[in-house]
Design a protein around this ligand. Structure first.
Ligand code: 5GP
Ligand code: MN
Length: 336
């Protein structure tokens, strides 16, 4: 274990640092990683963000994006950087399986590992942990780490603030989820004061769709939405041919599940999509319904109570059938 005082001492000198985050990074994964990156480079650290996979284009404007290394495109360089790092920050995930092959490289590295995260049940691979499941976003915890652990709020410049605001905004579903406390709004206000242009960030993330993405959304809502009234559940299922027809690219499916959850009375929504070698499930729920419980128990996944995900190697039809068969077990919770 690493004490905070030792970590602070380590960071007092320029270090070789790797920042990594979960595969298929979302707004919080990239916002928190690049927020920390932009903080560290101001102090002369040699920091690199390495993502296990690619990520949506609507995040490509984030400050520092051009310096990000994608593991699948640069395996040798990534492995060398991880092996040579003195510190590795693990952001927005807490089990090494969430970063694919990078996980074993991180495990083997002799670097000090610092986990900053808000997911349940962390695996024990880290040397220092800044972890709180009540945080609405990892970006909130990165801000807290900089401001209240490193006492360096003054170093939250426009770039840091822009990235962290993006993480908080996306993971709190635009300041809507129950964990968006007054403290979160105060941090958002600090970030705006530090230079984050809130309206522009909303525009870049949410009003940045391709025409085909919007048509794909229309297709999902008009043709693929199924409401299971008996269970207050709505699902949207998509096969590979549909993804091809609408030129769906990374990020295009993000958020579609929320439309299913927005129907009055719906407590559970699922977006189930067929990928090349697997079926991916995205679940969202309202109130105390444990979406992560279903993912953990049946679909090799997990997540938060109201936002969870999982995968299956069964066919799309099988997964849809299995999902529907699970619902009676949860009926009591779904119809209360
Ligand atoms: P999404 O539906 O956006 O892919 O994922 C929602 C949340 O569920 C993520 O923030 C993450 O916490 C969790 N999640 C998604 N997929 C998986 C998975 O395969 N395994 C685990 N453990 N969590 C996942
Ligand atoms: Mn997150």
């Amino acid at each position: 274990m690493l004490e905070l005082a030792s970590l602070t001492d380590l960071l007092a000198q320029p270090r070789r640092i790797v920042i990594t985050t979960h595969h298929k990074p979302d707004g919080d994964a990239m916002g928190s990683s690049l927020g920390l990156y932009n903080y560290l480079i101001q102090q002369g650290h040699h920091a690199k963000v390495i993502t296990p996979t690619d990520y949506p284009d609507f995040l490509a404007w984030l400050p520092g994006n051009e310096e990000v290394i994608i593991y699948t495109d640069n395996t040798e360089l990534s492995a060398a950087l991880v092996a040579d790092a003195e510190l590795i920050f693990c952001l927005d995930f807490n089990t090494l399986s969430r970063i694919n092959e990078l996980g074993e490289l991180v495990r083997e590295s002799e670097a000090f590992k610092i986990m900053i995260d808000h997911h349940l049940e962390p695996e024990d691979f880290d040397d220092y942990r800044h972890w709180d499941i009540n945080a609405c976003a990892t970006a909130q915890l990165v801000y807290d780490f900089i401001a209240n652990k490193l006492y360096n709020k003054a170093m939250v410049n426009k770039d840091v603030a822009t990235c962290l605001y993006t993480g908080i905004m996306t993971d709190s579903a635009s300041f809507r989820l129950p964990n968006t406390t007054s403290a979160v709004h105060r941090i958002a206000a600090d970030l705006i004061d530090a230079g984050a242009v809130n309206w522009r960030i909303h525009e870049l993330v949410y009003s940045n769709s391709s025409e085909s993405r919007l048509r794909f959304l229309g297709h999902c809502l008009s043709e693929k939405l199924e409401v299971l009234h008996e269970f207050n559940t709505a699902i949207i299922t998509v096969n590979e041919q549909e993804l091809e027809k609408y030129d769906v690219i990374t990020g295009d499916t993000e958020g579609i599940v929320n439309y299913a959850l927005s129907i009055t009375g719906i407590r559970l929504a699922a977006f189930i999509v067929e990928r090349t070698d697997k079926v991916k499930l995205s679940l969202r729920s309202r109130g105390d319904f444990p979406a992560n419980d279903i993912c953990k128990k049946y679909f090799n996944g997990g997540g938060h109570r109201n936002a969870a995900g999982g995968v299956s190697t069964d066919s799309l039809e099988e997964v849809i059938k299995q999902f529907k068969l699970i619902l009676p077990e949860y009926k009591k919770l779904l119809i209360q």
